[in-house]
Design a protein around this ligand. Structure first.
Ligand SMILES: *Cc1c(COP(=O)(O)O)cnc(C)c1O
Length: 391
């Protein structure tokens, strides 16, 4: 991944269409091998200028809000699926015009909107989100199965007599996990909800499947899906709706060093903000990788752990937040003002959740086409974007 950094103004998110295609091909292979259908969960990745490409491989988009549903309906050719903890009455009037599947998070919500969905101008498949309360996710705020979770109906709340009109079930319990987590989850789901799955036309295994990660066990996933389909021949379709797996390792965030200051250690102030442009670094939290860079003295090799290489810097953002710190990294050569650095794996859960905190502008969005070696400046943000969301 040797991008020509001279062609880029910073900060920018660069989406590599070649790498995106590679991921989409892996996902398509799962569809082809198992006859499952895979949707793009827009929560994790919503760079809609690439939806046409994605739709050549995937069957549709998944939304958890009105704006996501509209974005999918307008830009992603294919099915539009909806699943959210609760719906507003006024939003439902719009949903029934544009979505194909609606998943309800409680029987109260189902009853509230049953008539509206059944009398909708289009055929809508209605489903229920179930919660097997089987935790695979270690980070608490990302575990839908933690005690007290509002996400999905636990078996003790399941009303077997209120299923008339329900054609599917949905569970989403994973996050960045391998197929072994699904392997442990399915028997729990089946033990609790198996008799109801037998009455359904479809089931949705949710997201959190890290299918495009190099060590992901695609064969096991395929076995699990085909095995499930065999046990429930009544099912027409098994859906998966990953977000992260679609854009995993397909993009970078390119930044420049604005200044270097010293306070007990060397600190490089960048033109990208941790809190505004890569919020998961603080929320998840995790340490992003620095793949490489370009400086006045040539190529910059990847960043190491502090003191692993000769020159260690704290990399920090341009906002006034004291904690706007990405981390401490070491380099073979000293950094200089104007040097450019590449943070890896920045296509998912960045553009969808960045902010204009402190009036810091958003990074450009650039599409890189390796076939043409072309960098397309897809979107640039301005003062008007900042002003327009305030008043
Ligand atoms: C977050 C979410 C997804 C996508 O999860 P990833 O971890 O990005 O794959 C899919 N479905 C639902 C209901 C979600 O909440």
């Amino acid at each position: 991944m040797d991008y020509d950094l001279n062609k880029l103004t910073t900060p920018c998110y660069l989406i590599d269409l070649g790498l995106l295609k590679k991921n989409l091909e892996i996902l398509k292979s799962v569809q082809d091998r198992t006859k499952c259908k895979i949707l793009l969960a827009q929560k994790g990745y919503a760079a809609w200028s690439t939806y046409d490409l994605c739709s050549q491989y995937l069957v549709g988009s998944a939304a958890s809000s009105l704006h996501e549903a509209k974005l999918g309906a307008e830009n992603f050719p294919g099915e539009v699926h909806l699943c959210a903890p609760a719906y507003r009455d006024d939003d439902m009037d719009e949903y029934i015009q544009i979505v194909d599947h609606i998943v309800f998070n409680s029987f109260t919500q189902w009853q509230r909107f049953k008539a509206k969905t059944q009398n909708a101008p289009r055929k809508i498949e209605c489903g229920l989100r179930i919660n097997p309360m089987h935790s695979e996710v270690k980070t608490k705020i990302y575990d839908p199965c933690a005690p007290g979770s509002r996400l999905g109906i636990p078996i003790d709340q399941f009303d077997a007599d209120a299923l008339d009109g329900i054609t599917g079930l949905h569970f989403h319990t994973l996050c960045e996990l391998n197929a072994d987590s699904l392997q442990r989850t399915l028997p729990v789901v089946e033990k609790q909800f198996g008799e109801f799955i037998k009455q359904m036309d479809w089931i949705n295994f949710g997201g959190g499947h890290h299918i495009t990660r190099p060590d992901y066990d695609v064969d096991l996933l395929c076995d699990l899906i085909t095995g499930f389909a065999k046990r429930y021949p009544n099912l027409n379709t098994i859906y998966l709706e990953p977000g992260e797996a679609i854009a995993l390792n397909t993009g970078v965030l390119v930044t420049s060093v604005l200044d270097i200051v010293h306070n007990a250690m060397d600190i490089a102030i960048l033109d990208t903000s941790c809190s505004a442009h890569m919020p998961d670094v603080l929320e998840m939290p995790y340490r992003p990788v620095i793949i490489s860079g370009a400086g006045c003295s040539g190529h910059i090799t990847g960043g190491g752990q502090p003191n692993e290489k000769q020159h260690t810097y704290r990399l920090a953002g341009p906002t006034c937040l004291a904690g706007d710190v990405i981390g401490d990294y070491s380099f073979d050569k000293p950094l200089n003002i104007g040097d450019k650095l590449l943070f890896g794996d920045m296509a998912h859960y960045t553009m969808v959740k960045n902010t204009m905190f402190n009036g810091i502008n958003l990074p450009d969005i650039v599409l890189y086409d390796p076939d043409k070696d072309e960098y397309k400046l897809q979107r640039q943000f301005t003062y008007e974007d900042f002003k327009n969301r305030l008043s």
